[in-house]
Design a protein around this ligand. Structure first.
Ligand code: NAD
Ligand code: UD1
Length: 334
């Protein structure tokens, strides 16, 4: 079985590539390094002791996709490539609509041409907007609050329409909750170049003294300790969810939508305190005003993924905090 991964040198893509190679899939990968580094290719090979074919290029470029499909018989595609920074999408929506929609439509057109109709898509819990109840189930109402989220919801709609037009497509839409952590080898992980927006990369930069303190955005939410609650999921568990999704779509036709989360909600302070404890390091923080657009709490009901894909998360919040720090220590030689 040969799988094409777009955005495969990125954070989630690289971990998924490792899990696919470990499960003996052949892998072809395309990335334009707009948010990742070429070194990741060697790291994946080092972890798995296996090889894969890499194309440097843009998924919006039909020519390179045609070249890939001419040179390989692709059985299924996992589409990670896209931009993901919420704040940037508010400032530059056209860039987000152009890249996220264009890459997906171009890819689907080429897949159709080459009669490859097995597709796994990276969606996000952001499509649930501000959920009225918790935990979140897949049939909850969908809405978005920023252009990034809207691209995900629009693509979900495109995939539904595509399936209605031709039900020989097999599509798994995976709605990720909050992926954190890194591969236990410490060789791959999340390494943002810019000031991180998300909590864990920021905690890591405070722990390594790049930043003086963490700003905790609000301590007056209606949550047990007043800080925001999220469903943090270890990126390796998330990566394994893609292997399960591939196995599923290759044997059962249709389109379906899955929450990939743990089902556990942890607060900002839970994460900070666990990080301090397992890594034996200080993470100074101050309470800051709420961040615009944030919700109080968000966590998944992951039972549908368990029932249909046979997948569930196994790693806990201690593993997530330990592996996130281990990656940065290795990367920075600390
Ligand atoms: P990432 O930025 O680390 O990885 C995306 C990869 O795609 C990068 O390597 C980038 O260089 C590449 N890329 C972007 N546009 C491209 C294009 N046009 N052509 C070729 N390559 C391109 O992001 P990630 O965290 O690994 O996320 C992967 C996917 O999962 C994204 O679609 C993202 O929106 C989605 N997602 C991520 C999260 C999260 O918290 N990380 C949560 C929900 C959904
Ligand atoms: C963010 C995105 C969301 C995306 C998700 C996963 C926003 C508004 N939302 O969600 O669309 O799907 O990432 O990529 O960016 N926090 C702090 N201090 C910080 C950073 C975060 O206190 O410096 C808090 C937040 O207020 C929140 C929690 O930590 O309560 C998690 O934040 P974050 O990691 O940014 O994830 P989300 O807000 O869930």
């Amino acid at each position: 079985m040969k799988i094409l991964i777009t955005g495969g040198t990125g954070y989630i893509g690289s971990h998924t590539l490792v899990e696919l190679l470990n499960s003996n899939y052949e892998v072809v990968c395309i990335d334009n390094f707009s948010n990742s580094k070429p070194e990741v290719i060697g790291k994946i090979k080092e972890i798995t002791n296996k090889t894969f074919t890499f194309y440097e290029g843009d998924v919006c470029d039909k020519n390179i996709l045609e070249r890939i499909f001419n040179e390989h018989t692709i059985d299924a595609v996992i589409h990670f490539a896209g931009y993901k920074a919420v704040g940037e999408s508010v400032k530059n929506p056209l860039m987000y609509y152009r890249n996220n929609l264009d890459s997906t439509i171009t890819l689907l057109e080429v897949m159709k041409k080459y009669n490859c109709k097995n597709f796994v898509f990276s969606s996000s819990a952001t499509v649930y907007g501000s959920p009225k109840n918790l935990p979140i189930k897949e049939d909850f109402p969908l809405s978005t609050t920023n252009p990034y989220g809207t691209t995900k919801l629009m693509i979900e709609g495109i995939l539904k329409d595509l399936y209605i037009s031709d039900n020989s497509w097999n599509i798994a839409v995976l709605r990720y909750f909050n992926p954190i952590g890194a591969h236990e080898s410490g060789l791959i992980g999340e390494d943002p170049n810019d000031i991180p927006n998300n909590l864990m990369p920021y905690i890591v930069k405070v722990a390594t003294k790049e930043y003086e303190h963490l700003n905790v955005f609000g301590d007056d939410y209606d949550t047990p300790d007043g800080t925001g609650v999220r469903d943090y999921i270890h990126v390796v568990d998330l990566a394994q969810g893609h292997v399960s999704a591939i196995e599923h779509i290759l044997k059962e036709p249709g389109i379906d939508f899955y929450n990939l989360g743990t089902g556990n909600g942890y607060s900002v302070l839970d994460l900070v305190n666990t990080f301090k404890k397992v890594n034996n390091i200080d993470v100074p923080y101050v309470i800051a005003p709420r961040r615009d657009g944030d919700i109080a709490a968000c966590y998944a009901d992951p039972s549908y993924a368990k029932e249909k894909l046979g997948w569930s998360a196994h790693k806990d919040i201690n593993d997530m905090c330990k592996d996130a720090y281990n990656f940065v220590k290795r990367t920075k030689g600390l």
